[in-house]
Design a binder for this molecule. Structure first.
Ligand SMILES: *[C@@H]1O[C@H](CO)[C@@H](O)[C@H](O)[C@H]1NC(C)=O
Length: 371
């Protein structure tokens, strides 16, 4: 049998399927705590957050009755949706003010998002707040002998360009219901962390990994720490970004090491456009817990990655035949698919001009895909 040694180069292109991260709108109202100026029978303030329009929050008749939602952190509020009562007296809502701000004692000092002229009985009206920033969302009716009834209140926040949206995540271990995906559910977990934060068990080198499915240029990562206890457990966590799954992705380059994050606070780490498909957090050490209440990832992409690969083949086929070249690419593609790499396009860029004995470093570049 004749044996030929051929050298050739291939153009490997990773062509992204998903073009753009979602601009996701999320109702955050249920993640806060509520209070109101007075209580009318069992018409509790949280009845406005239960998703059931027939149960409502209701004050007594008083001056300046109010209902206040404490979101426990500052959000950019995009819009507020209010559902009026169906049964009677829908006009009582007329003149109510929606205010968004940070002042929990002097409610009237918080800026107004909207004044409600009227909402028909049983209707839900949406008020745009243009991303007003505040921790509190307040509904207050100025005046004396007024009654505030709210059947549902929804507070929508937008997360433009959070690359973590809808991605797959995994972690080294899971303690009870603290699943990995709860770190990218938009819920900061300040009221019920066990259903909104992720956590490993106590172990050596606990880690959590986000798979962006394509390569992105990551400009920053935002990490929210738990509010209920033990914020110091996050200390020493490394944020790593890259394309390798070696050591579960924990050998990728480091963007930042978290020295500490106060309880219930979100810290931003600049990653200087590091490129990668995987974002890992890992705490090196023994008997450590990795608990994450939210991880947000921002950047550009997906990137189109081109790599030139030079191969030396031992084959009795002749590469001067087009059919052989096609068949070889097909075999390479299926071999790559067998290792889980399916979104690769292979093309010949140069045929067997000469034998190359020396391996050269493959130049790689990340170009943003033009859409
Ligand atoms: C609330 O606080 C945040 C930062 O802590 C600030 O950016 C925002 O402007 C404040 N909102 C108001 C209405 O003062």
């Amino acid at each position: 049998m004749k044996v030929f040694f051929r050298s050739l180069s291939l153009l490997l292109g990773v062509f992204p399927l998903q073009m753009k991260a979602d601009e996701k709108e999320v109702n955050v109202a249920g993640w806060g705590t509520v209070s109101q100026s007075t209580l009318f029978y069992d018409w509790h303030p949280q009845n406005a957050l239960d998703g059931i329009p027939s149960t409502c929050a209701h004050t007594q008749s008083q001056s300046n009755p109010w209902w206040k939602l404490d979101l426990l952190t500052v959000y950019s509020v995009n819009r507020v949706l209010i559902t009026n009562r169906l049964s009677c007296c829908s006009e009582r809502i007329n003149g109510a003010e929606i205010r968004v701000g940070n002042d929990s004692s002097n409610l009237f000092s918080n800026p107004i998002c909207a004044v409600i002229p009227v909402i028909p009985a049983g209707a839900s009206y949406s008020y745009s707040c243009n991303r007003m920033e505040g921790r509190y969302v307040i509904v207050v009716i100025p005046g004396s002998d007024r009654i505030l009834t709210l059947c549902e209140v929804e507070v929508y926040v937008v997360y433009p360009g959070n690359l973590a949206t809808g991605r797959s995540v995994t972690q080294s271990s899971t303690i009870s219901s603290w699943f990995a995906k709860q770190a990218i559910d938009f819920n900061l977990g300040f009221t019920r962390p066990e259903s909104a934060c992720s956590s490993t068990t106590s172990q050596t080198n606990p880690w959590w990994r986000l798979d962006l499915q394509q390569i992105y240029r990551v400009s920053r990562v935002v990490v929210t720490n738990r509010r209920d206890c033990c914020p110091e457990r996050i200390n020493g966590a490394e944020i790593r970004i890259g394309n390798s799954l070696e050591n579960n992705g924990n050998n990728n380059p480091i963007c930042a090491v978290i020295s500490s994050i106060p309880a219930g606070v979100s810290f931003t780490y600049a990653c200087d456009d590091m490129e990668g498909r995987f974002v890992n957090l890992i705490i090196p050490g023994d008997s450590r817990f990795l608990t994450l209440c939210e991880v947000e990832v921002y950047g550009e992409g997906p990137c189109l990655k081109q790599t030139f690969v030079k191969l030396k083949l031992k084959s009795s086929w002749s590469l001067s035949e087009a059919a052989v070249r096609v068949q070889l690419l097909t075999r390479l593609e299926s071999a790559l698919a067998g290792t889980g790499i399916s979104n690769v396009t292979l093309r010949w860029s140069q045929l067997h001009k000469q034998e190359v004995m020396r391996k050269e470093a493959a130049p790689a570049q990340c170009a943003l895909r033009k859409t």
